[in-house]
Design a protein around this ligand. Structure first.
Ligand code: AMP
Length: 516
């Protein structure tokens, strides 16, 4: 059994049914989708790719994303989804680490050839049409059989060590995630549709699995991204849509509804369900969202290591205003999703009593097989079958989890994770820079923004502009500091460790450090 069988099944049962839309234009029926994916799988096999080989997807959201994804699974390959905002050098590092030989790209994202590849295919070039065109014997090509523990998705997550780690997700992990959607998130029928606004390389993309399971339609906005007006219009044209959105995107949708004077009933014509997660949603924001757009929200909490499956705060929880603990529940991330056990523990993994704050641990069939070729990191993340998430929170007596903080130093800006260490390492390579500390500062639009405190050699000519240029050439734009603060020294404790709490307090306090 492989994820490819999900597509085969619908291609056999409902080959004519509309499956993938490019904006409002039909891109493929189930039958066409399966035929193209199988044809590409056949050509990849003919070119020498064997089950377990890695192929990179470095693309903006595009209807071909789904065809390539299922082609890879049809051939028993492992997909390495890469955030379209990454710098070419970061992608080349991933290609090398994953030992991937093929990459599928969109030209806007990868205008040049990436190093280390045998094949780089621009999915929008005419050549790609030929690769996806069925051959006379394509219909007879069955998906390569896979075991539940075989890898399907090798997802690179930025690590505290500064280099991303490959999260190994298996067919079982993703099947579990898909089936769980129907129990803990939403029902899906064949007349429903999912729209991909958030990047398909992340959670939004793997929600294609439950929607394919249910035979629903898949809609990729023509813009390939998040334009609230476009999303509302697509919903009106194709029927109410479901989508996954980070809190920043939810905010933009709500702003749009409010600015254009839409009522909750109007919003219901465009959206069936908006699943949000990936970063904290503030109580006031979800209250406003419910008021403006009506009861169409579900919150999930998870992480790359247990994708989309951790806890859920259901539509019922979010609308049960009469419940005596409604306020507390709104501020929580909900209860454990069906296939997982969840506990809050101390640093040794010992379960803490209700109400105590500790690290969140998750166990179940959604939890990754480990980090790619990194047994040390795997051993510290998974102990006795429990995933140590690095998130800190507490459980109440009803099983609702409230997140307090992250034990990692992670910054979440606009739903994207940024690890300070990664940015610090880049800044430290700039001429004249001696010390750097990167922290997140609260921001009403982005949730958090990246701020870099920099100590430079006197007279070295280090400026905000030179630092920004340095980052532009080396890391993804979204990871660049939005602000630089040039300081004479960094606050440190007795062991010489930089006191980031003090820096954060400086940013929050009344007398802000002067910006260069
Ligand atoms: P990622 O691995 O990119 O999916 O990021 C996962 C991290 O995002 C988690 O470990 C949490 O710190 C954070 N996160 C995910 N979902 C939520 C949520 N619903 N509320 C608050 N933080 C969240």
């Amino acid at each position: 059994m492989s994820l490819a069988h999900l597509l085969l099944r619908h291609a056999q049962q409902t080959p004519e049914r509309a499956a993938i839309f490019n904006g409002t234009t039909l891109h493929a029926s189930h039958g066409q989708w399966a035929a193209r994916s199988a044809a590409l799988a056949q050509r990849m096999q003919a070119a020498g790719l064997v089950p377990g080989d890695r192929v990179v997807l470095f693309m903006r959201n595009h209807p071909r994303y789904l065809e390539v994804l299922w082609a890879a699974w049809w051939a028993g390959l492992v997909v390495v989804p890469v955030n379209a905002k990454l710098h070419a050098r970061e992608v080349e590092w991933i290609i090398d680490n994953a030992q991937a030989t093929w990459a599928f790209v969109t030209r806007d994202v990868a205008p040049e050839r990436l190093a280390g590849l045998a094949q780089q295919i621009d999915v929008e070039a005419p050549h790609a049409d030929a690769l996806l065109a069925p051959l006379p014997d394509t219909a007879a090509l069955a998906p390569v059989d896979r075991q539940p523990e075989d890898l399907a998705w090798l997802f690179y997550t930025s690590g505290t060590t500064g280099r991303p780690k490959g999260v190994m997700l298996t067919h079982r992990n993703l099947m579990t995630m898909g089936l769980t959607y129907f129990v803990d998130v939403d029902t899906v029928s064949p007349t429903d549709a999912i729209v991909y606004g958030a990047p398909m390389s992340h959670g939004a993309g793997i929600y294609s699995i439950p929607h394919l399971m249910a035979g629903a339609r898949h809609v990729v906005p023509a813009s390939g991204g998040v334009d609230p007006a476009e999303l509302f219009e697509l919903g009106l044209a194709l029927g109410p849509l479901s989508t996954f959105a980070a809190p920043t995107i939810v905010k933009r949708l709500v702003d749009h509804a409010e600015e254009t004077g839409l009522s909750p009933n109007d919003a219901a014509l465009s959206f069936k369900t908006i699943v949000y997660g990936g970063a904290p949603m503030y109580g006031a924001d979800i209250a406003r969202a419910l008021q403006v757009m009506g009861p169409r929200f579900v919150q999930i909490y998870g992480q790359g290591e247990t994708p989309m499956v951790g806890t859920a705060l259901s539509r019922t929880h979010l609308t049960d205003v009469a419940h005596p603990r409604y306020r507390e529940r709104m501020a929580s991330v909900g209860v454990a999703q069906t296939p997982v056990q969840l506990r809050v523990s101390d640093a040794r993994g010992v379960e803490l009593p209700v109400g105590d704050i500790g690290e969140v641990l998750i166990k179940g069939d959604s939890v990754m097989a480990g980090y790619w070729r990194n047994p040390d990191a795997t051993a510290s993340a998974i102990r006795d079958g429990w995933l140590f998430t690095g998130d800190v929170g507490c459980l109440d007596a009803d099983g609702f989890l409230t997140l307090k903080d992250r034990s990692k130093d992670l910054i979440i800006s606009g739903g994207s994770n940024i690890y300070p260490r990664e940015v610090e390492e880049v800044l430290l390579t700039a001429a004249g820079v001696t010390e750097v500390a990167v922290v997140g500062a609260p921001d009403p639009e982005w949730g958090e923004v990246v701020v870099a405190f920099v100590v430079a050699q006197p007279g070295a000519g280090v400026t905000t502009h030179s630092l920004d240029q340095h980052c532009l050439e080396r890391i993804a734009r979204f990871k660049r500091p939005k602000r630089y603060v040039l300081v004479d020294s960094l606050p440190k404790n007795n062991y010489g460790k930089v006191l980031k709490t003090e820096l954060r307090a400086q940013l929050a306090g009344p007398q802000k450090a002067s910006t260069a």
